[in-house]
Design a protein around this ligand. Structure first.
Ligand code: SF4
Ligand code: FES
Length: 249
């Protein structure tokens, strides 16, 4: 839990002693009086600390600002967080760095953060983490600030997107006309969960709200170019077969 504007915890205090054991970037927190959120550890009614170093917060913090390195209750921490993070980093798709040069050039010409994010998404179709890190370094911003903006706006994608985006409308008219079955049929035919992207980056399947084609319910959009109306599960499977064929040609 971070609270803005707190002063640093004095050496020798109870919290200082805890932070010595549970390392929340302690040098930053204890020696910087302002500008850094200070974590506070909650106590149970019996006085013990609620945190038991499960490392969940470290593993889920999207900007890597927490590091748990010690807990007197465990001989070793329950998860190898470093190994997990290395595996996640290794699973990131390769990105062509040369496409990022234009973004850096625009930042050096004075473009703002939102503009840089748009330019990055134009270059890759999504926002690779490495690109966000480079934007943060180039703009002298904390990575958490850049990530916070990128994750706030829904038009920015933090995951790779397929060459084709299939959007199944789940608005009321489409929903009552059978859109959930259509989405399920797409999902099975593509072997991709709703919200996911195929491994070959060919297809992204998503659901959206009313796309303004209620008379055609259930409606499906393909990219920003085609709308299919009165789609049945069979028709969904046929669409996937046609798209796969188009991809192969
Ligand atoms: S290590 Fe686990 S218990 Fe401790 S603060 Fe993080 S999530 Fe909570
Ligand atoms: S509810 Fe689907 S197009 Fe309107």
């Amino acid at each position: 839990m971070a609270r803005r504007g707190r002063s640093a915890e004095p050496r020798g205090s109870a919290l200082y002693e805890v932070i010595k054991g549970v390392d929340f970037e302690r040098r930053e927190l204890l020696e910087k009086p302002a500008g850094v959120g200070l974590f506070d550890l909650v106590r149970e009614p019996d006085g013990s600390y609620r945190c038991y170093a499960c490392t969940l917060c470290e593993r889920t913090c999207p900007v890597d600002c927490i590091e748990i390195d010690y807990c007197p209750e465990h001989e070793e921490l329950p998860f190898d967080v470093e190994a997990e993070k290395a595996a996640i980093a290794a699973a990131q798709p390769e990105v062509d760095r040369s496409r990022f040069d234009a973004v850096i050039a625009r930042i050096r010409e004075g473009s703002g953060l939102i503009e840089a994010l748009h330019a990055t998404q134009e270059a890759y179709g999504w926002l690779p983490r490495k690109a966000l890190e480079d934007i943060a370094a180039e703009m002298h911003l904390p990575f958490s600030r850049v990530y916070g903006v990128a994750s706030f706006y829904t038009q920015f994608r933090l995951e790779p997107v397929g060459r084709h985006v299939i959007s199944v409308c789940m608005g009321t008219a489409c929903h009552v006309a059978g859109a959930p079955l259509v989405a399920e049929a797409f999902s099975q035919a593509l072997e991709v969960p709703v919200g996911g992207t195929s491994d070959d980056l060919a297809f992204t399947l998503q659901t959206v709200n009313c796309i303004g084609a209620c008379a055609l319910a259930p409606a499906v959009r393909l990219d920003d170019s085609e709308t299919f109306g009165r789609v049945t599960p069979d028709e969904a499977r046929r669409i996937v077969r046609r798209l796969r064929k188009r991809e192969e040609d």
